[in-house]
Design a protein around this ligand. Structure first.
Ligand code: ACO
Length: 323
């Protein structure tokens, strides 16, 4: 079960209006109407994926009453690690002093945190870990193409963290679902710059080491997949949308969120939305929203909360948590 959460974003909030200053042919109206996004946070001055994750982790540990040395496992969800080697999880381990932990990265893009919740739950159920730190953190500003208006307006930087421990008194994850479909990888990916085609001056010049996305196709699959993830976790738990007190969907686009809520017959007042302030923070999206919901009192003891996400791969997943 989740016993503490935290979140961190960079200091600089970039409003839609600021894209004009960097030569992007877009408008505040277009971005708000198509996505619901008003601003996103962009890392500067030494703010990194791991430093944001460390800030979020310290909050989660304090709220769970857990010391760094109590952590047995760190599952670090990201698709924009500070370095490709070693894993961001071990860099985080060093920064927070989790000296007794093992750590690894998990890349399911925007679905990473929801995958991470299932992974943590599995380790705890197998009694291989008692206290797990699950992270969703990104510095997407370092991997997006700042010349491509189709993508650069959508994403932001940020991190969320959760401490997970053994379920008690009926609390904890009551159902979960995970899927992927690698046939659709090239709809949202970084075409080059990995070990298959290492970076060359030509790759750098054409920007094919950066995020490229077929927006309309991705949108359709996002709606279909989020709907499936919602249905499957509900069916597995023997619940309906009426039983869910709060839906926390991946914050990519307000229209995708509204379509998911409609499919689940959930009124928007039972759906957590913060895409307007953060944009799409990929792996950071669900845990940032979860922490905001916890700290603002939207989540109360006894509530059933559903997490649902979709991301590059494609990957999609859900989890229902009894608080
Ligand atoms: N400003 C102004 N115009 C723009 C911009 C922009 N920033 N971006 C695109 N346009 C233009 C396009 O060029 C196009 O013009 P055209 O008709 O002359 O060709 C027009 O706007 C419409 O483009 P569409 O792609 O049809 O716009 P759509 O309504 O589909 O919205 C969007 C685009 C917001 C990208 C949408 O498709 C979407 O949200 N897709 C899913 C994105 C997503 O969720 N990605 C993340 C998944 S998770 C992960 O792992 C990262």
């Amino acid at each position: 079960m989740i016993t503490g959460t935290g979140r961190a974003v960079p200091a600089y909030a970039m409003p839609n209006a600021d894209f004009a200053a960097i030569g992007i042919d877009t408008s505040d109206e277009w971005i708000r109407e198509r996505t619901g996004i008003r601003q996103r946070y962009i890392a500067r001055d030494g703010e990194t994926c791991v430093s944001l994750a460390a800030d979020a982790s310290r909050q989660a540990m304090a709220r769970a009453g857990v010391a760094p040395e109590d952590i047995d496992l760190i599952v670090f969800g990201t698709c924009s690690p500070d370095k490709l080697l070693p894993a961001s999880g071990v860099e985080l381990q060093a920064q927070i002093g989790a000296v007794n932990a093992s750590a690894f990265d998990l890349n399911a893009a925007c679905t990473s945190f929801v995958y991470g919740v299932s992974v943590a739950e599995g380790f705890i159920a197998a009694e291989s870990a008692r206290t797990v730190l699950v992270i969703g953190a990104e510095k997407l500003s370092g991997i997006i193409n700042w010349k491509d208006r189709n993508t650069c307006v959508l994403f932001g930087d940020g991190a969320g963290a959760a401490i997970m421990q053994r379920a008690q008194g009926g609390k904890g994850v009551v159902s979960r679902f995970m899927r992927s479909d690698g046939h659709l990888a090239s709809l949202l990916y970084r075409p080059k710059g990995g070990s298959a085609e290492p970076v060359t001056p030509e790759i750098l010049a054409e920007g094919s080491h950066l995020v490229a996305m077929a927006g309309r196709e991705t949108f359709k699959h996002a709606v279909r997949s989020m709907n499936e993830a919602l249905d499957r976790a509900l069916a597995d738990a023997g619940l309906t949308g009426d039983d869910i007190d709060l839906l926390i969907p991946h914050q990519a686009n307000l229209r995708i969120i509204e379509a998911t809520a409609k499919h689940g017959h959930m009124p928007m007042d039972k759906v957590f939305v913060n895409v307007d302030r953060y944009g799409n923070t990929s792996a950071g999206s669900v845990p940032i929203a979860l922490d905001e919901a916890m700290q603002s009192g939207r989540i109360q003891p006894g509530m059933k909360v559903m997490l649902v996400a979709f991301g590059a791969g494609f990957t999609w997943a859900s989890a229902i948590h009894q608080f």
